[in-house]
Ligand binder design. Structure first.
Ligand code: ZN
Ligand code: ZN
Length: 380
């Protein structure tokens, strides 16, 4: 977000018409507040002091001040008019005391923490059989050390002399309200940040939670773990962790009712001559013996290797794994391949294709039965 970067006059807490003596005395007063030696070497104090010292160096040189004023005039013509608020700025600074505007704002003590919702991908086998998954829950919560104040020693944080503790100020021709860039919108300058959150007021928490996945867990299921959500800084009960399950689809297995179904492609040689084919199961690949002469469409069932049965009575029982054979016929791309296949069929005939032969005979019989009728109709 855009913030207001104070000009040199505001940094020094003086109106633009201040004379050299005013500049000097306010620079001295500010130095007493921000000099790093006076602030136990605070990095933030050093930063502020450097900004103020740079501003003073420029404005205390008459020539450079003239140039600076010209630049400022172009940037904000109203700025060089008297700014009555600037006069008050140093008075405000004198109250270098604990005047934290922000009171502990968050949850009243005893309030319950928020529920956290995370999405988690669950492997197909775990979702089907049930199991445990480790879910990472991350959240930002109010810092328990400073309870969101950003500091445990508020009396060391001076009120910002630029925004006078408001955290924002109206600037430019449009009098647009912008957060104060000097105190970062806090209203006070954080010279003594909280050791836990370093002034961020929030801490990041990351925890691993073991979540039980029930058998036959569907994609999109919400699993709630009581008390595994946000733990409030004020000590109320923790919220819940709600896990939205994304079931990773299996590349080969699909669920149908209580069964698992898999289409198993066989080459014609495997189908004709028999083979041992590796097939997927929820427990990992297993060898399936395919007997010689297995037709396309045949189904092999492995009992008890499907889904856990839904009825509570049969908790230990499972449906079947159904392996459906589908012939994977080759695409012949060269005439010589077609020749070779025809030659093989010649070699096998007669009697090799009993079902095809029986089918052809039936059709031939039907044709013969209807043929004389057709011939008579044609003659008439
Ligand atoms: Zn400020
Ligand atoms: Zn803190």
């Amino acid at each position: 977000m855009e913030s207001y970067q104070p000009d040199h006059y505001r940094l020094l807490g003086v109106p633009p018409r201040a004379d050299a003596a005013d500049l000097k005395s306010s620079y001295r007063r500010l130095s007493r507040v921000f000099h790093p030696d006076r602030q136990q070497g605070s990095a933030r104090a050093k930063e502020c002091f450097q900004q103020i010292a740079t501003a003073y160096a420029e404005l205390s040189d008459a020539e450079r001040r003239l140039q600076y004023d010209r630049m400022l005039m172009l940037r904000d013509p109203l700025r060089l008019m008297d700014d009555p608020r600037a006069e008050k700025a140093l008075d405000v600074l004198d109250q270098v005391v604990a005047r934290l505007r922000k009171k502990p704002h968050a949850l009243p003590s005893g309030a319950r923490g928020r529920d956290l919702r995370v999405e988690h991908r669950v492997a197909f086998a775990t979702a089907m059989l049930g199991g445990q998954v480790a879910v990472h829950a991350e959240y930002d919560t109010l810092c328990p050390t400073c309870l969101g104040q950003g500091s445990t020693e508020p009396e060391r944080n001076p009120v910002c002399h630029i925004c006078q503790g408001h955290g924002a100020l109206r600037v430019g021709l449009r009098r647009q309200e912008l957060p104060c860039g000097f105190c970062h919108g806090r209203g006070t300058i954080l010279l003594a940040p909280c050791p836990t959150c370093e002034g961020r007021t929030q801490v990041h928490t990351r925890q691993e939670v073991q979540v039980r996945v029930p058998p036959r867990c569907r994609d999109g299921s919400l699993l709630r773990v009581r008390g595994a959500g946000e733990k409030p800084a004020h000590g109320g009960p923790a919220g819940d962790l709600v896990v939205a399950v994304k079931v990773q689809p299996h590349p080969l297995l699909r669920a149908e009712g209580d069964d698992l179904v898999c289409t198993v492609p066989l080459t014609w040689t495997q189908a004709v001559a028999g083979a041992k084919v590796w097939v997927p199961t929820l427990e990992g690949p297993e060898a399936l013996p395919v007997p010689p002469g297995t037709p396309s469409g045949r189904e092999f069932r492995i009992a008890g290797r499907g889904l856990p049965l839904a009825h509570p009575s049969g908790a230990a029982r499972r449906g079947n794994l159904r392996l459906q054979i589908a012939l994977d016929l080759p695409e012949l791309t060269h005439p010589s391949q077609v020749e070779a296949v025809r030659a093989l069929e010649q070699l096998l005939a007669p009697g090799a294709f009993a079902r095809a032969a029986a089918f052809a005979r039936e059709v031939e019989g039907l044709r013969a039965a209807s043929a004389p009728q057709d011939a008579d109709d044609a003659r008439r």
